[in-house]
Design a binder for this molecule. Sequence first.
Ligand code: ATP
Ligand code: MG
Length: 248
Amino acid sequence: MSVIAVYSPKGGVGKSTLAVDLAWRCAVPGGRRTLLWDLDVQGGASYLMGLDEDERPRALAAFQRDTPPGQLATPTRFDRLGVIGADASLRTLPLHLARIGRRKRLARLTEELQRDFERIIIDAPAGQNEVTEQIIAGADVLIVPLPPSPLSARALDLLRADLTRHHRRHPPILPVLSMYDSRRKAHREARAGAMAAYPVIPYSSAIEQSAVQRAPVGTFARHAEGAHALDRLWRAIEVKLGELEARG
Ligand SMILES: Nc1ncnc2c1ncn2[C@@H]1O[C@H](COP(=O)(O)OP(=O)(O)OP(=O)(O)O)[C@@H](O)[C@H]1O
Ligand SMILES: [Mg+2]
């Protein structure tokens, strides 16, 4: 079982869009039992999956009681893809985790979930708090979407420094150049520098449509350039996970 967290301290960089599409790829073309876990109170991934707001806020329950987390996951319309949606109850999660003082609560939950799932994709909130710390501590790989800008390169440096300082062991970071527009000089320049080696997700109207269709990109725009880029990214992540597994 592998935990893939899509995380950036910055908001609006394409985390939820990426998380939803990657989860669908793991489950449908990838054929693995996959869980998409939305841990952002804003519920971006839940919205993109077409989930309606749950009248009974219970996203926090996984962290509160001894509810087996497997029971919190609900099936989706896609084979092998389950979801734990976000709701307003997550608002108090940082406080709750800080109060119960269990540093590895989230990692313990994902361990329990491996009975039911081979891949867990976490859509993390932006910012830095107890929730994101636990997501980082519990992930096998961190996907960090970066819009092409010198500010993103700086944000990545700061993130690396922060992880080294605060985590004895932290997962490998896979930076992804997101929303790349080759017509823009600043984007081309950013890519020519430190970001040259990173996988690229183009700025694409097909990807943007994910929020309109409320569906993973791969389900409605299979042949769009953006979908091919997402497919390549998913394959690169699988290769990375394979290497990590081989290393033990
Ligand atoms: N590659 C892309 N091309 C065009 N539009 C995109 C792309 N990726 C994401 N978007 C759009 O950009 C907006 C922000 O994307 P998304 O919600 O996935 O970001 P986020 O990092 O999860 O944001 P937040 O921090 O608010 O949760 C959305 O409207 C989404 O449809
Ligand atoms: Mg989001």
